[in-house]
Design a protein around this ligand. Structure first.
Ligand code: T3D
Length: 265
């Protein structure tokens, strides 16, 4: 397995057996986002948007942290900057790409996820974390509001009361608490984390990718749709799924009492 962009400093990226692995790679800074990291992450995501051979994306961090959000070393000094521009040209651009990638994205939170790091994780399709990992909405501790769609996704996942409290207080949420609240899918013992994550990626890669791709976005769409409108949307998407190879294969495999061999289309 070789890195796709071998000259990248801050993000490792490789593809193997239809699985793409992205690793934030500034372990000394708990993988905080520098300007270079924004750009390298963008290049990786852009590559993935155009690569339909990939059927599962794994996002994780190198070292003891997942990602500590914005590199505050790059925000030192008295100079006033337009953070709106910074968001639009950095995180938001990347989050939009993450939504357009066909394959499901599993986030394997290997350690602390703070600020933008926490919310990038929560924007992924399936989030699992080491039991020792924690999520911190660190923003208000430096005078900011949550970004990376934190204010959109958090109340939906854990309810308004908890969302407001943890963001106003900056309270760390341990992985098991995050599962109990519905913020993430699973908290996994540290010792078996890598093996369990591998099993998850291998499971997803063998599933019907086109259907997963629709699932990825249709739940989000439901928040903006009226009841009848959403029934129409499901009908239209199901029509497309019904014409797929993987639907025929799934039904044939069921009737023939064998394992399906999905091709992802
Ligand atoms: O500006 C914009 O573009 C707007 C967008 C903002 C989005 C955001 O993400 S705002 C929130 C930014 N993040 C934070 O406020 C988190 C800051 N970090 C921490 O609070 C703590 O580091 C942690 C709770 C995450 C972990 O604590 P701990 O005790 O496990 O580790 P540590 O010792 O604090 O950190 C280890 C090293 O990583 C340390 O470097 P050193 O002293 O060994 O050279 C520390 O400075 C560095 N580090 C951690 N977080 C950041 C960082 N360096 C730069 N930026 C960071 N965010």
């Amino acid at each position: 397995m070789t890195d796709v962009f071998q000259n990248f400093e801050t993000v490792k990226y490789n593809k193997n057996d239809h699985i793409a692995t992205i690793t934030f790679n500034r372990p000394d800074k708990l993988n905080a986002f520098s300007e270079t990291m924004h750009q390298e992450f963008y290049a990786v995501l852009n590559d993935l948007v155009n690569d339909h051979s990939i059927r599962c994306v794994l996002l994780t961090g190198a070292g003891r942290g997942f990602c500590a959000g914005q590199d505050l070393g790059e925000r030192q000094g008295n100079e006033k900057m337009d953070l709106g521009d910074k968001l639009e040209n950095g995180y938001n651009k990347n989050l939009r790409l993450m939504k357009s990638i066909q394959a499901p994205i599993i986030c394997a939170v290997n350690g602390v996820a703070a600020g933008a790091g926490a919310n990038i994780a929560l924007n992924c399709d399936i989030v699992v974390a080491k039991k020792s990992a924690k999520f911190i909405q660190a923003f208000s501790s430096i005078g900011l509001i949550p970004d990376c769609n934190g204010t959109w996704i958090l109340p939906k996942l854990i309810g308004l009361a908890r969302a407001k409290a943890i963001t106003m207080l900056g309270t760390p949420v341990m992985a098991e608490q995050a599962v109990e609240w519905g913020m993430i899918y699973q908290a996994i013992d540290d010792e078996v984390f890598d093996a369990e994550v591998k099993t998850l990626t291998e499971t997803l890669v063998a599933r019907p990718t086109r259907a997963l791709s629709f699932i990825k976005n249709i739940f989000d769409e439901s928040y903006n749709n009226r009841y009848g409108e959403h029934l129409d949307r499901e009908r239209d998407v199901q029509r497309v799924c019904g014409l797929s190879h993987d639907f025929s294969e799934g039904v044939a495999a069921f009737n023939e009492k064998r394992k399906p061999e999905f091709k992802g289309h």
